[in-house]
Every structure is written in C-alpha cells, then in structure tokens.
Design a protein around this ligand. Structure first.
Ligand code: SF4
Ligand code: SF4
Ligand code: SF4
Length: 296
C-alpha cells in the first residue's frame, strides 16, 4: 500500500507519550515511542518490515529499535512533529500501531518453526487478534498461545493462556520394552514406566507428545490434539498463575472462552487504586473462584 493512498488518523493505541529524551537531542519538540506489530497478525516480521522499522528509527528517532516482551517492535524517541510521517511509512509496510494501554495487548504466539510443537497456534492467534486485538478494557489483558506445554510464550501467568496438548493412545502389545526411547524423550521423571508393561501416569504426564514422536513401533501414538485454556494469570509486581478452565478445547471453543472472559471482565472489574482497575486474576480472587467469575 502506498503511503499517500489513505486518509490518516492517529491510532488510539501504540503511541507512548511523556517520554524523556535519552539518546537524542530535542529542542522545541516532544518525543514519543511507537509500538507496532504486523497487520494482519503474524508472529514473524518480514525483512521489508524490519527494514522499514530500521529506516523510521534512523530518519525520525534515535536509530534504535527495541523488541518488546510481547514481540512488538518499539521505536523509541520519535519527534512528535514527525509522528504522522513515521506512522504512514510503517503502515505502508504492514506495521500497525498497537500493544499499549488498557486493552487486549499484542497476541503472543510461540514459534511455528519449533519441532516440539504439539498443535500450531499461529492461525488461531491470528483469528483471536482479528477478533479481539486492541479491544478497549478496564485494564490491560494479555493473551498468550504456546504450541506445547513448555510454554515459551509464558501462557501460565497471563490473563488468558492457551497451550497445545496431545491425547495419547497406548498399545502396550507393540512395545519393545528395552528400547526406552520414550523415557529418554519424556521431560517428566516417572511419567512413563515399563516395568510390568508400558504405562503412562496421567497425573504426571503434561501431554507434550514427545514420547509418541520418539516411539517407532506405534506403542505410543497421538490420538488427538487440542488446547488447555488457563484464565486469570498475571505478571508484574505481584504474580498470579492462571487456573485451568478447559483441559482439552478445540479452536472455536477457545475463541468462545476468550469472548466469555472478556465480557465477564468488562462487567465485573472494579477500580482498585489511583484510577487503576483490577486485572482478570484480581477479579477472580475477589469473587473467590474462577467458576464464580465465569458465571456471575
Ligand atoms: S512452547 Fe513448545 S512449541 Fe512453542 S517454542 Fe516453546 S518449545 Fe517450541
Ligand atoms: S519408545 Fe515405544 S517401543 Fe520403545 S520402550 Fe517406549 S513405548 Fe516401548
Ligand atoms: S506426553 Fe509423553 S513425553 Fe510428554 S509428559 Fe506425557 S508421557 Fe512424558
């Protein structure tokens, strides 16, 4: 898209004001930091987008680009008088301002290039970004997707965490019990035992499917994959771990749960201190349970 072919309106999110200069000298102007992400959603940036961000940082900022914890590109110290020009250039390369303020923050999905992936999260993350991205709320709301229980995108302590999990099928008759490749691949001590026949302890197993990937005889196979959904976690000065709302949800069920959490949060969040509103986990703590939050 050309920079000149659209009417430009300043975005409501993605611009951080009140920034103090650190690396540039500013006389008679204010500076802002600009946060962007790919639009439509992607968990990768194209080379053109990275080059544009670098170019904007060189021309209008301090020549630096910061990568935020939720994978936004943050271009610091852009002169306020050059903001529209900078945003137009970013927009033309498919970068949209966002990921700040009291809203649904940048959807964070882990890498699609990882061999540990149980179920891809990129496409679902994109749908969730389209449906709920930057939606205004009483406080910020983070949604993270991890394609396996290792949780590199930190789904366990965000407002809504989604984790790819596998349901296993075990056929003990196919097991050659001295190969032990499954035990070697398994990250959880004692989850698989072979003494007295192949057995997987469902209490210990985290459903990562690494054993199935290592088993060449078909004694352990993946029967199905889905998502575990956790609600009410948060990072920051006080950390809360999310509570499991669903252990094995399909893609559309995940979207329904996110929609429900957002609606309940809008309805139930109260101001707590200095005009700041509770986060999802704090509302759940006040109400006493996740069940009470979801069905209040
Ligand atoms: S969460 Fe799992 S699939 Fe995603 S990057 Fe980490 S190890 Fe790989
Ligand atoms: S990898 Fe498969 S065949 Fe080997 S011990 Fe484990 S279950 Fe049995
Ligand atoms: S899925 Fe397999 S490898 Fe993963 S924790 Fe369970 S038994 Fe271990």
């Amino acid at each position: 898209m050309s920079e000149d072919t659209f009417e430009f309106e300043l975005p409501k999110v993605g611009i951080i004001r009140g920034v103090k200069p650190r690396d540039i000298e500013v006389i008679g102007d204010k500076i802002v930091n600009v946060r962007v992400r790919p639009n439509p959603y992607s968990n990768t940036y194209t080379m053109e987008q990275l080059e544009t961000a670098a170019d904007v940082a060189e021309k209008f900022g301090s020549g630096k680009v910061h990568i935020s914890p939720r994978h936004n590109l943050e271009i610091p110290e852009i002169k306020n008088s050059m903001l529209t020009e900078a945003l137009k250039q970013l927009f033309a390369s498919g970068l949209q301002a966002g990921g700040t303020g009291t809203s649904v923050r940048n959807i964070f999905t882990c890498s699609d290039y990882c061999s540990n992936k149980v179920r891809s999260v990129r496409e679902l993350g994109g749908m969730v970004s389209e449906l709920f991205g930057d939606f205004p709320l009483p406080n910020k709301l983070d949604i993270s997707f991890a394609a396996c229980p290792s949780g590199c995108s930190r789904p366990y302590n965000v407002d809504i965490g989604i984790v790819g999990v596998a349901e296993l099928e075990v056929d003990a008759d196919r097991c050659i019990d001295d190969c032990k490749m499954c035990i070697e691949a398994c990250p959880v001590e004692g989850a698989i035992t072979l003494e007295g026949g192949l057995n997987i302890d469902s209490e210990k197993c985290v459903k990562c499917a690494r054993c199935a990937g290592a088993c060449s005889t078909g004694a352990i196979r993946v029967a199905n994959t889905a998502f575990k959904v956790l609600v009410g976690g948060k990072e920051g000065r006080s950390v809360i771990f999310g509570e499991e709302y669903s252990g094995f949800a399909g893609g559309y069920e995940v979207i329904e749960i996110i929609d429900m959490v957002i609606k309940q949060y809008q309805k139930l969040a109260k101001e707590k201190y200095k005009k700041k509103y509770e986060r999802v986990g704090e509302v759940i703590q006040r109400l006493g349970s996740l069940e009470a939050f979801m069905h209040n």
